[in-house]
Design a protein around this ligand. Structure first.
Ligand code: GLN
Length: 194
């Protein structure tokens, strides 16, 4: 199974390693032609504003957008989750994503004091906790009826926010599963790929 990894910016290499560790073949995607033959796509973390600009300059936006609307399985982490979210709060006015997953996210929602931190997450369907690295992470403020919440974490508002969500064959994480040397979340994504 070939899995495209959007390779415009961010932690591309780490995702490629995690995809390989989970048993699939990673393919770096920098231009539209490189999407041919991939069965799924990963949208890595980085900076969603920069990624938005690079999606335009690379010509990837219309091609990837069409594939996502047609149901290409997708895994978005951190900035990648922001790109898949239907609604983005605290974004730059000109940033645009694909809006294929019915959640509302707030950019950098965990706040400056907690810019970067680690946590052990209990994840639905996994026996042991998953180490999770959060870096200027978005907070999920709303999930649609079709969205399944697989893990939650205490948020700065005193509640518990979803940090791992699935809608059909799209999976999104506000943390970075590719940075912890644990491929279980990537394996979970591959199990959604037909
Ligand atoms: N804060 C970044 C953004 O808004 C996301 C950070 C990350 O991907 N580590 O895009």
């Amino acid at each position: 199974v070939k899995v495209g990894v959007l390779a415009l910016q961010g932690d591309v290499r780490e995702h490629c390693l995690a995809i390989a560790a989970a048993g699939a073949e990673p393919v770096e995607v920098k231009q539209p032609e490189e999407l041919a033959g991939v069965s799924a796509v990963v949208l890595p973390g980085g900076e969603s504003t920069t990624l938005s600009m690079l999606l335009d300059s690379s010509g990837l936006r219309p091609v990837l957008g069409r594939l996502l609307e047609e149901g290409l399985p997708a895994f978005g982490t951190c900035a990648g989750m922001i790109l898949l979210a239907r609604e983005v709060k605290g974004g730059r006015p000109d940033q645009r994503g694909f809006a294929t997953l019915d959640v509302t996210v707030r950019r950098n929602g965990f706040g400056r004091q907690r810019e970067s931190f680690e946590s052990q997450l209990t994840v639905a369907g996994l026996a042991e906790p998953v180490p999770a690295v959060f870096i200027r992470a978005p907070v999920v403020e709303r999930v649609g009826a079709d969205v399944e919440v697989l893990a939650v974490l205490a948020d700065p508002g005193g509640g518990a926010s979803p940090v791992l969500c699935r809608q059909g064959n799209q999976l999104v994480a506000s943390f970075h599963p590719e940075l912890s040397g644990d491929a279980r979340i990537h394996e979970m994504f591959l199990s959604l790929v037909g």
